[in-house]
Write a protein that binds this ligand. Structure first.
Ligand code: GNR
Ligand code: NI
Length: 173
């Protein structure tokens, strides 16, 4: 188990489409453990494998507050099987776009089918913050970021700011 460095915008890996997981191997279990370590350390409520540079369809989520018991969920090959017409708005952030927050509108309720770490098929209905977080993470598996849901003006401004920061880090390094 280890905390891994986060992939930050505008790293092109964030645009990659991740590959489905076949069987649950020890490598996949180790990946999920590293993702949880990295997510708790950040701290964040969700993480997609590509955010630590691994293009596999694995996401981790834990919505428990800091004073509550941990409640980690690992989703392999998650797929939305139903979404509500009703929409919900949340202010979203992303560990790959540090300290940038904007409101995003998405389906308020979704049903998600996935495989758990025992290789067993599961289906859950999610609403509220969990629905938003699952959709945000599944987007990552398809190379989509929450800024892709904003106006082109806001998105372009955000990318420009992070490109400049990356350049400055490069210069400093
Ligand atoms: O930690 C996170 N918080 C968050 C808040 C609102 C909507 C989505 C998220 S996910 C984010 C962690 C992250 O970047 N996951 O990909
Ligand atoms: Ni994110």
């Amino acid at each position: 188990m280890a905390i891994k460095p986060l992939v930050i915008l505008p790293d092109p890996r964030l645009k990659q489409v991740s590959e489905p997981v076949g069987v649950v191997t020890p490598d996949i279990r180790a990946l999920a453990a590293d993702m949880l370590d990295t997510m708790y350390d950040a701290p964040g409520i969700g993480l997609a494998a590509i955010q630590i540079g691994v293009a596999k369809r694995v996401i981790t989520i834990d919505l428990a507050k800091q004073d509550e018991d941990k409640n980690p969920i690992v989703f392999l090959n998650p797929e939305i099987t139903w979404e509500s017409d009703e929409l919900g708005i949340y202010e979203e952030g992303c560990l790959s776009i540090p300290e940038y927050y904007e409101e995003v509108e998405r389906p308020a309720v979704v049903k998600v089918r996935y495989m758990d770490l025992d290789g067993k098929a599961q289906e859950i209905e999610a609403s509220g913050l969990l629905a938003t977080c699952i959709q945000h993470e599944i987007d990552h598996l398809d190379g989509v970021l929450f800024i892709d849901h904003l106006s082109k003006l806001k998105r372009d401004r955000c990318i420009k700011k992070f490109a400049k920061q990356a350049k400055e880090r490069e210069r400093g390094a």
